[in-house]
Unconditional design. Structure first.
Length: 202
């Protein structure tokens, strides 16, 4: 069964995904795939360099320059993110499709993909949506990114591309409230897993 995980930035998607790893599951982590492509795929690096040469130093992508340019203004963000998504997203979708085809012997295939609902580009059997108040998510994000300049601004720009939790709930087969403790989130996730496994065995 393919299960999508959807939530706002710093809502706990990685935590929920990791809980499934104890139940004969594999996880497709789109963020990690993007990092791998930018670091190791020469064709991707060349295309980015062709479009955004100012963020490279001697043909090596400078992540600090990318971050500074990307989040300088909303207009600049929209321009650059469109370039990056046009390069990366078709490849990520292809990698994801190949990944799913190779894992059909697993109980669960977990899709941990930012903008999963918003992109409408991936198939899943069931969707878990994670609700978490924006202020809580912001505190988590700022703590994680405390050494990054303008992390507050970055959070707001990233959040602006995501649908609200109220709208997100309409898409979910299961809903997790991650406003409380990690223990609470683990408990809710395990309950969902048990419910799905029970239905599978009937």
């Amino acid at each position: 069964m393919i299960i999508g995980i959807s939530g706002g930035i710093s809502s706990g998607k990685n935590l929920v995904s990791s809980i499934f790893s104890n139940y004969d599951s594999v996880i497709f982590d789109a963020d990690q795939e993007v990092k791998n492509l930018i670091a190791n795929n020469s064709e991707v690096i060349r295309k980015i360099n062709d479009n955004l040469p100012e963020i490279f130093d001697n043909n090596i992508l400078n992540k600090n320059k990318l971050r500074e340019k990307l989040f300088s203004t909303n207009c600049e963000y929209n321009k650059i993110i469109t370039i990056l998504e046009d390069i990366l997203h078709p490849i990520i979708r292809m990698i994801c499709n190949d990944f799913v085809k190779l894992q059909n012997n697993k109980k669960f295939i977990i899709l941990n993909i930012p903008l999963l609902i918003e992109s409408n580009a991936y198939f899943y059997d069931k969707l878990i949506t994670i609700n978490c108040d924006k202020e809580i998510r912001k505190k988590r994000y700022l703590l994680k990114m405390q050494n990054i300049t303008n992390s507050d601004k970055i959070f707001e720009i990233l959040s602006s591309r995501q649908i609200s939790d109220i709208k997100r709930r309409d898409y979910g087969d299961f809903i997790i409230n991650n406003n409380k403790s990690i223990i609470s989130t683990i408990y809710q996730t395990k309950k969902i897993i048990e419910k799905v496994l029970t239905k599978q065995s009937q």
